[in-house]
Design a protein around this ligand. Structure first.
Ligand code: SER
Length: 319
């Protein structure tokens, strides 16, 4: 990839991957895009290189930007997440499916490679929940998960049928300190750090004992870049690879934070919708295919992530 378009560039992943890609490929070669530029704290992204308004539901807008910058790689991140999706299933289907379809069509026409994330949400209650295999039953029960399975299949189809270089990973919950996640089920694992520092008390909307896979953002960014740079002859899978860095329940992350903030307390006020979603997802993924095919190897575990998150958030929140 030489000229890269990032959609959803002001979101939780987008606002970090744009900066990292600009370091590697050059500021002017990474075009950040979003359907509007009103997100708070977006200046770092909009000010450090090209920024364009692109609504992924507007085929002409995507096409114009891809032609204008001679884009040859698209990191497609614009999407609605799981919890918001249960409130607005029609919006989710429109953005996640029609948005992806538009991006794939432009990529086919203009010969671009594509990275787009799938998720642990692509699995469901009938999936083996522990050490979930790479290739297994995928019968999700959320509209988000349905869109992720359909998206994986559509990306595979565009590769097999039209030769579009599509690649993806199944991201677990992503934890980061720059932009907040927007309406996912795993968001609690980000908010808990903010509350530990701000109010020393956290109310978890996910029940004790509910394990989900998680990952610190620096590892997620490496995953995107390493997979896109991977030798295609080594890839047996494409859409999408299981990847994980850790698996924990609310009480595990709480105990880890408490080591640094002894007065921190945890309570529960379970959100039934988020809990139902969380329980339908795996407890832990088997990520051996990603390790074998393109060298996936995360650096952060719960303890090193917690140390770094608290240090970075202390600076950000001036606490
Ligand atoms: N973090 C996402 C969510 O909770 C999972 O892909 O929706």
């Amino acid at each position: 990839m030489k000229k890269i378009l990032v959609t959803g560039a002001l979101g939780q992943i987008g606002s970090e991957i744009v900066l990292k890609l600009r370091e590697i490929y050059g500021d002017s070669n990474v075009i950040a895009s979003s359907k509007d530029d009103r997100e708070a704290g977006s200046e770092e992204v909009t000010g450090s290189g090209p920024f364009e308004i692109v609504d992924v539901l507007n085929l002409r807008q995507i096409s114009q930007v891809v032609s204008k910058y001679k884009i040859d790689g698209i990191v497609h991140l614009a999407a609605v997440l799981s919890a918001v999706g249960e409130e607005k299933p029609h919006l989710l289907w429109d953005v996640n499916m029609n948005g992806l379809y538009n991006i794939l069509e432009i990529a086919r026409e203009k010969e671009c490679a594509i990275f787009t994330p799938s998720s642990i949400a692509a699995f469901g209650p009938s999936t083996p929940p522990d050490q979930t295999p790479q290739d297994t039953i995928q019968r999700p029960t959320t509209i988000y998960g349905v869109s992720k399975v359909a998206g994986e299949l559509l990306c595979d189809y565009y590769y097999e049928r039209f030769g579009v270089d599509t690649r993806g990973v199944r991201f677990p919950g992503l934890i980061s300190y720059k932009a907040l996640p927007g309406g996912g089920t795993t968001d609690y694992a980000v908010h808990i750090y903010y509350e530990a520092l701000k109010s020393k008390k956290f109310v978890s909307n996910i029940k004790e004992g509910t394990k989900m896979d998680m990952m610190y953002m620096p590892d997620a960014l490496d995953a995107i870049i390493n997979l896109m740079e991977a030798d295609p002859s080594k890839l047996k899978h494409r859409n999408a690879f299981n990847i994980t860095a850790m698996s924990f329940a609310p009480e595990d992350i709480y105990k880890e934070i408490k080591k640094h903030i002894p007065e921190f307390t945890l309570e529960y006020d379970v959100d039934p919708i988020k809990q139902r979603i969380a329980e339908s997802w795996p407890n832990s993924l088997d990520d051996r295919a990603a390790r074998e095919e393109w060298g996936w190897n995360p650096k952060y575990d719960l303890s090193s992530m917690t140390e770094d998150m608290l240090a970075k958030l202390r600076l950000k929140l001036k606490i």
